[in-house]
Design a protein around this ligand. Structure first.
Ligand code: E4P
Length: 232
């Protein structure tokens, strides 16, 4: 499963990229608006941090012609940009045209299997079902993901399923168990994936036991070598 960070904050992206398990970034107008800098500058900065991964940047026009103009501009900013268009009829018209031109498109705000079916037929690069927002209105986001994956597998669609609006680690793990190609998550959820209280407790007791026997055990790195390595 590829991990995308669902943020436009360069510092969060830098921290996640340094861990070596980040495959891309999704932004949306709400996330971009929090950063208080030009969208172009922001997307180019993020592309520079993610390097080999894709960066999803969304259009804000609602008519096909406007979406196409914005999509061409966004795609010209960096080769790693994937253009996000909303799941509307205008969006699907834009998707069809952009796909013919070879521009990669992520269709966002997908909430039903029928929408996902249209998106794949029109040749999208990614489809983004929003799991958390369905859960918020008492519908089952993971069930939608299951249905989309079943349909895509039945017809061998090439569109990758990007599980979006993930709110907690269980969303990520369940999406991974189903075989979603990508999960995009806020930095907080990404951090939670690393943590377990037994890891912290276990490490704490290992270090305490080591400290008690320190005189006999000695140092793993001899003090002279440690001083050389740290330049002391
Ligand atoms: C994905 O591309 C969207 O930006 C995102 O996952 C929406 O998540 P939210 O429902 O937490 O805002």
């Amino acid at each position: 499963m590829k991990f995308f960070l669902d943020t436009a904050n360069p510092e969060e992206i830098r921290q996640a990229a340094a861990l070596g398990v980040l495959d891309g970034v999704t932004t949306n107008p709400t996330l971009a608006a929090k950063e208080k800098k030009s969208f172009r500058e922001l997307i180019i900065e993020i592309c520079g941090i993610v390097k080999n991964g894709v960066v999803n940047a969304e259009v804000v026009s609602t008519d096909t012609a406007g979406m196409l103009r914005e999509a061409h501009e966004l795609a010209s900013w960096h080769p790693n940009v994937v253009v996000k268009v909303p799941m509307t009829m205008d969006g699907v018209r834009a998707l069809t045209a952009l796909t013919k031109e070879g521009i990669r498109v992520n269709v966002t705000l997908v909430f039903s299997p029928s929408q996902a079916l249209i998106v794949a037929k029109a040749g999208a690069y990614f489809v983004s079902p929003f799991l958390g927002r369905l859960d918020d209105i008492s519908q089952n986001g993971l069930l939608l993901l299951r249905e989309i994956l079943d349909i895509y597998r039945a017809y061998n669609f090439k569109t990758e399923v990007l599980a979006a609006s993930l709110r907690h680690p269980i969303h990520v793990v369940e999406a991974a168990k189903m075989g979603a190609h990508i999960g995009t998550m806020p930095f907080k959820v990404f951090e939670q994936l690393f943590k377990h209280p037994l890891t912290d407790r276990g490490l704490d007791s290992f270090l305490k036991d080591w400290e008690k026997a320190r005189e006999v055990l000695g140092d793993i790195v001899p003090p002279a070598a440690a001083a050389r390595n740290t330049g002391r």
